[in-house]
Write a protein that binds this ligand. Structure first.
Ligand code: NAP
Length: 306
């Protein structure tokens, strides 16, 4: 069992910002990250909406955030957190490799891609079904690629995938995109992109790799086959909020509900960034949340007593 003032679960931008502020306040702080620090931006080609950086590679921004937090003393460990629970005055964060005892815990666990939930998706995962364009796009050079969704992720990643695919189809269930206008404008100008409107994927077809998708047009009811070598679903997000032994307040989608100081319904536990119920999911929000939570946790520890 390792002892800390503050344990941060997650090493994305929110977790790293919280780590920076909490370490700078001279607390003993660790950020526990399953894989590499950086969270979703580490798998984003370019970030163009983080103030002060007109255009910066996602991985580079993540690295800068990590280095900056470490400079103030943040410790980063690799572990997979499976449970958080209360033991007396302390919170215990249990990982696969170790357990961490903390006075305060900041949960910055983000979420994971929502699945299509259709036949073939699970079976062909890693053989043409992928949820990370920057990781897997290059495997599909010169073949037609499909992206599913109509939000910022689908359209941005669709544009990115035109680097590789002979053609990129964006399959959306409506005839209007949810993505920001500036991203839509770029998509419309890209000649390799084609939209398949009012349509959903009913099945991913193939045996050892993807050969095609079975589509259904929701307006006409028509069914069709789209030949592609890969499909990248970007249909939203499921928060990673199922690690609490005690009941914690969440909304119907599983997002953790906090007050304005990022405090959850469990004393001594804060939640920040994409795992928290809030209007927008941006790096800037996560960083702001992390700042607030770190300051609030620091004050909480100040009043800890013996
Ligand atoms: P999102 O905004 O929730 O969009 C999900 C898209 O998938 C929507 O178009 C939705 O259709 C569609 N969809 C949902 N369930 C579906 C299903 N079962 N079958 C087919 N389509 C389905 O998710 P996101 O694009 O991943 O973005 C998540 C958050 O991150 C957003 O707040 C976004 O602004 C942010 N983000 C920002 C940037 C950026 O600023 N550069 C980049 C990436 C993400 P409907 O439109 O019909 O609901």
């Amino acid at each position: 069992m390792q002892d800390y003032d503050i344990v941060i679960v997650g090493g994305g931008p929110g977790g790293l910002a919280a780590g920076l502020y909490a370490s700078r306040a001279n607390r003993k702080v660790v950020s526990i990250e399953k894989l590499m620090p950086g969270g979703q931006i580490a798998n984003t080609e370019w970030v163009e909406d983080y103030p002060g950086f007109e255009l910066i590679g996602g991985a580079e921004l993540a690295r800068k955030m990590e280095d900056h937090a470490k400079k103030f003393g943040l410790e980063i460990v690799n572990d997979n957190v499976t449970e958080i629970y209360t033991e007396g005055k302390y919170r215990i964060v249990k990982g696969d490799f170790d357990s961490y005892r903390a006075k305060a815990v900041i949960v910055a666990t983000g979420g994971q891609p929502r699945k299509l939930g259709v036949p073939g998706e699970h079976e062909l995962a890693g053989r043409g079904v992928s949820y990370c364009a920057i990781c897997d796009g290059a495997f599909f050079k010169g073949v037609p690629i499909a992206v599913v969704g109509g939000g910022d992720s689908a359209v941005e990643e669709g544009i990115f995938l035109t680097k590789y695919g002979s053609r990129v189809y964006i399959i959306h269930r409506r005839d209007e995109l949810r993505a920001a206008k500036i991203i839509q404008e770029r998509a419309v100008k890209n000649e390799k992109l084609e939209f398949v409107w009012n349509s959903v994927v009913e099945r991913v077809n193939g045996t050892t790799k993807i050969e095609s998708l079975s589509l259904k047009n929701l307006k006409t009811g028509d069914k069709s086959i789209l030949e592609v070598g890969a499909v990248f679903p970007f249909i939203g997000f499921v928060p990673n909020s199922n690690i609490f032994r005690e009941a914690i307040r969440k909304d119907s989608m599983g997002y953790i509900i906090t007050n304005e100081n990022m405090e959850t319904s469990i004393k001594g536990i804060w939640a920040i960034g994409d795992v928290r119920k809030q209007l927008v999911k941006q790096v800037t929000n996560a960083v702001g949340d992390g700042t607030t939570a770190a300051v609030a946790a620091d004050k909480y520890i100040e009043a800890w007593g013996d």
